[in-house]
Design a protein around this ligand. Structure first.
Ligand code: SF4
Length: 250
């Protein structure tokens, strides 16, 4: 849920989700449509399908327990390096670095004062890990990037300003092109992402005739709606029964 989404937006859906599905098995045995219902407000709906698939894999291949090793976590659908390392560190206290866009900025600015490649950022993040308290260290790095070392950094109240290389040595900002640092997201308003969300919001209310979906989306570009619906069908997020559409069941 936290991939590309701020904590404040995740809190409420997260509570709904864990109340409905206290264990991976509960999630695995629910239809995908229930998972998509609970995903309301989060966007990037392919993550919901991947999470449902991951829950089924955990039920079938890991006896219902979330695995603790990075390699096993990486085998789950939708789980990449960042998510696997974050779960391994925060849930299982493994000694692995968590490298996201926030940490990427801190590494490039405070530690290296130069643009870092993926391998360099990963290597540097790993070398910085303390002998103990790794989860706290990772959390501190994430918070430093989220609260102070933002895209527009707030150096004046930053707790590491005294030792930050970029602050002290100067030069061009090394963060924007560095590994792990996200590029600015495209505008949401009027995007395909927004239209996909609207189709799914309609189908959360009820199954609907394709022509009703077209009408209610109130866009003059019917072919765009058609291609959005085709994309959702291809992604396995919705199903078509004759002329009707509904949220996918599995
Ligand atoms: S001093 Fe500024 S650039 Fe350096 S880590 Fe803090 S916020 Fe980032």
């Amino acid at each position: 849920m936290l991939q590309q989404t701020q904590v404040s937006r995740v809190l409420e859906p997260w509570r709904r989700f864990v109340n409905a599905f206290p264990t991976p098995k509960d999630c695995a045995e629910a239809p995908l449509s229930s998972v998509l219902q609970l995903w309301a407000g989060l966007g990037y709906h392919r993550r919901a399908k991947a999470l449902h698939e991951a829950a089924k894999t955990i039920r079938d291949e890991f006896a219902g327990e979330v695995p603790s090793s990075v390699a096993a976590l990486r085998s789950l659908p939708g789980v990449g390096e960042y998510t696997a390392n974050a779960v391994a560190s925060f849930a299982f206290d493994q000694k692995v670095a968590v490298l996201d866009t926030n940490v990427g900025r801190v590494l490039a600015r405070a530690i290296a004062n130069r643009t870092l490649s993926s391998a360099e950022a990963r290597d540097l993040a790993t070398r910085l890990l303390p002998k103990s308290g790794v989860a706290s260290f990772n959390q501190a790095m994430l918070d430093l990037g989220a609260q102070h070392c933002k895209a527009a950094p707030a150096c004046e109240r930053c707790p590491v300003a005294r030792v930050c290389r970029w602050k002290n040595e100067g030069g061009d900002d090394p963060a924007p092109q560095s590994a792990g640092v996200s590029r600015r997201q495209s505008t949401f308003e009027g995007s395909d992402r927004q239209l996909r969300g609207k189709v799914l919001a309609l189908l959360r209310e009820n199954d609907a005739e394709f022509r009703t979906v077209r009408k209610r989306l109130a866009t003059s570009d019917k072919s765009r709606v058609d291609s959005i619906v085709e994309g959702l069908l291809r992604d396995g997020l919705i199903e078509r029964r004759a002329t009707r559409l509904r949220l996918a069941q599995s």
